[in-house]
Design a binder for this molecule. Structure first.
Ligand SMILES: NC(=O)c1ccc[n+]([C@@H]2O[C@H](COP(=O)([O-])OP(=O)(O)OC[C@H]3O[C@@H](n4cnc5c(N)ncnc54)[C@H](O)[C@@H]3O)[C@@H](O)[C@H]2O)c1
Length: 354
């Protein structure tokens, strides 16, 4: 990265924004300044403004009218991502929006269309795709090292107590969804990112322990386009703490499991033809994460800033996130209709985002 100083603004000064600030401060090679911050909760905007030496705003439109920046970070509740990204694109700003891009597939497509039309950059943060363990497994699958894929198991057993759902948005259909669209979205994303498209889905959702509009638990069975069968189990009702978030693959020539707290470690790697030093392989392709956010925002932010600097526009992260959003809708739709649904039928949940 050369010495160009990037000006950044952010909207939404909550938990994930704290993580962004921590990450940005560690990026020694990227010269950036957060020049403006916005939150409807004045104390939060003022707090961030003090920490960063940035101008505070309490209304997004007011900020967009005044600022001149290279990139806007959209870090607001999921159900507001469309509205906020759309407005930022209207004001001709490049946008990096946290996952999910939007709650409705139709809205995500509108954002993509607008960004393309206005020749603007639009990125979606699915940072776990850049974890060493995910990259390593994806490459091995691409090189067909596992041979024919027999089955895949996706497991997320995390603990969120009732107080997590007591704010204005978590667990609501209008602004969030449940464990599938909030916590397990990274794993749904990794599933299709690594193994390719899903063909059929059968899902059950339930509120087992927490009180929320959406679900705290979901179990699905899927068939992938490549024929592999997949079980998917996600819950925020694990007690007393986060246990596991993993993907296991069973193939003709071996099996592997990636886990850790955010798909950051290779837990198992067994092949019929053991040519590699497995201990070394695990060490080289695992990373330590302090928390579920992980460290890969440190990889995507410089990457996206570099693309802007070099005027290299692509919409890869947007297209992938739309595929993931469609799969999320199919998982919900199957549970709502109590039947198997086909992923390719562009089926939509009657509840998510409504
Ligand atoms: N990539 C990841 O691993 C990861 C992890 C956590 C959260 N997220 C995503 O980040 C987003 C934010 O999550 P969070 O945990 O930080 O939530 P949060 O509730 O802690 O923060 C959201 C902030 O947005 C503010 N806000 C709400 N409406 C606004 C508006 N109209 N204008 C300006 N500010 C507004 C709120 O006041 C709040 O401060 C969510 O979409 C979530 O899915 C991603």
């Amino acid at each position: 990265m050369n010495k160009k100083s990037h000006k950044i603004a952010l909207v939404g000064c909550g938990r994930v924004a704290e993580h962004y600030i921590k990450i940005l401060r560690k990026l020694k090679k990227v010269d950036f300044r957060v020049v403006a911050v916005c939150d409807v909760k004045k104390n939060r905007a003022l707090d961030f403004s003090k920490k960063l030496g940035a101008k505070p705003y309490f209304n997004l439109k007011d900020m967009l009218k005044e600022i001149d920046v290279d990139l806007i970070l959209i870090l607001t509740p999921s159900g507001l991502h469309y509205e906020h990204s759309n407005l930022a694109l209207d004001y001709k700003f490049n946008v990096l929006v946290e996952k999910p891009i939007s709650l409705l597939v139709s809205d995500a497509k509108k954002l993509l269309k607008k960004a393309k039309k206005n020749k603007l950059f639009l990125f979606v943060a699915f940072q776990n795709r850049y974890n060493k363990a995910v990259v390593f497994l994806k490459k091995a699958i691409q090189k067909k090292q596992f041979g024919k894929i027999v089955s895949i198991s996706v497991v997320l057993r995390w603990c969120r107590f009732q107080n997590y759902y007591s704010d204005e948005w978590h667990g609501t259909w209008k602004l969030d969804g449940g464990v599938v669209n909030q916590q397990a979205i990274h794993h749904v994303d990794a599933l299709t990112y690594i193994f390719g498209p899903v063909k059929k889905i059968s899902s059950f959702t339930s509120k087992r322990l927490n009180k929320l509009e959406a679900e705290d638990t979901c179990v699905s069975i899927m068939e992938l386009k490549n024929g592999a069968l997949c079980t998917f189990e996600a819950t925020t009702a694990a007690r007393p703490k986060d246990f596991e978030a993993s993907i296991t693959v069973v193939g003709e020539r071996g099996m592997a499991k990636i886990g850790g707290i955010g798909l950051n470690k290779i837990d198992d790697w067994e092949m019929i033809n053991k040519k590699k030093d497995v201990k070394k392989l695990k060490r080289m392709n695992s990373e330590n994460f302090e928390n579920g956010y992980g460290i890969s925002h440190m990889k995507i932010i410089p990457l996206f800033l570099k693309k802007i600097e070099n005027k290299k526009r692509d919409y890869n992260s947007v297209n992938q996130s739309i595929s993931t959003l469609k799969l999320i809708h199919s998982i919900y739709a199957s549970s709502e209709k109590s039947r198997v649904v086909k992923y390719l039928s562009n089926i939509n949940s009657r509840k998510l985002g409504r």
